[in-house]
Design a protein around this ligand. Structure first.
Ligand SMILES: Nc1ncnc2c1ncn2[C@@H]1O[C@H](COP(=O)(O)OP(=O)(O)OP(=O)(O)O)[C@@H](O)[C@H]1O
Ligand SMILES: [Mg+2]
Length: 225
């Protein structure tokens, strides 16, 4: 589903690469955790898979498509169809209601009534149906995180990228998010998730560990820890 081939990432001003010559395959339906210290490259890898930054050298395939060879428009279209990202800081639009925020990714492409029905269904799935008309600022952090998940899922992505999805959450909210992720996983979606949270890591199929200058690709949970 996701394949990196001889991937090297080095930011312009930096003397050393974040990682170099990494070849990595993530199968359809896998749930992968990315772990490692702050600044080791987890978010960077999510951005590469999501097509928002490019490798210094090497290739990124999503299914059979080498996304770095696509034009900007082609890449946007391709990524939008297949991939959604849940950002650490949620990135909800403050002037829109919860319902509107969830509908946004599909607004330009589908009939509004169809999108609204879908969004309402997702709001129920994430337990937010009572909050449809509120603004994000009127919600708790955990509730905002659930809105961000619903918004990511409305496009029915094959791949869900999550950056620290439980970072600021208490125990109950973390469990809510983990339950949501389990449902997504059972539906056969591919999940790539950056986390510092061991509890979250334990739920995944495989761990990729960043050390600051290389990436260890785990075969299974125990071997990679
Ligand atoms: N756009 C950029 N330009 C230059 N350097 C960058 C850029 N984005 C990230 N970096 C650097 O690359 C390194 C990896 O950053 P990244 O955000 O991928 O780390 P991370 O593992 O996600 O960290 P954290 O756990 O704190 O979120 C850091 O040293 C960071 O300063
Ligand atoms: Mg990060």
């Amino acid at each position: 589903m996701i394949h990196l081939q001889n991937a090297t990432l080095q930011y312009n001003m930096s003397k050393t690469p974040i990682f170099s010559d990494v070849t990595l395959h993530i199968a359809k339906g896998e749930w992968i955790s990315l772990i490692g210290p702050s600044g080791s490259g987890k978010t960077s890898l999510l951005n590469i898979i999501g097509g928002s930054i490019e490798l210094s050298s090497g290739k990124v395939f999503i299914e059979q498509t080498d996304i770095q060879t696509l034009s900007i428009n082609e890449k946007q279209l391709y990524v939008r169809e297949k991939i959604s990202t849940v950002y650490q800081q949620f990135r909800l639009l403050p002037q829109f209601t919860v319902l509107e925020n969830i509908m946004l990714p599909l607004i330009p492409y589908r009939d509004r009534k169809v999108i609204q029905a879908k969004a309402l269904e997702l709001m129920e799935d994430v337990g937010l149906e009572e909050h449809a008309k509120k603004l994000p600022s009127q919600l708790s952090g955990g509730q905002q995180q659930r809105v961000a998940f619903a918004r990511a899922l409305i496009t029915e992505p094959d791949i869900l990228l999550c950056d620290e999805p439980t970072g600021n959450l208490d125990h109950d909210n973390r469990n809510n998010i983990l339950e949501l992720l389990s449902v997504v996983h059972k539906k056969g979606k591919t999940i790539v998730l950056a986390t510092h949270d061991d509890f979250v890591t334990k739920k995944s199929d495989r761990i990729i560990t960043f050390t600051g200058n290389t990436i260890h690709i785990g075969g299974d949970k125990i071997a990679s820890l």
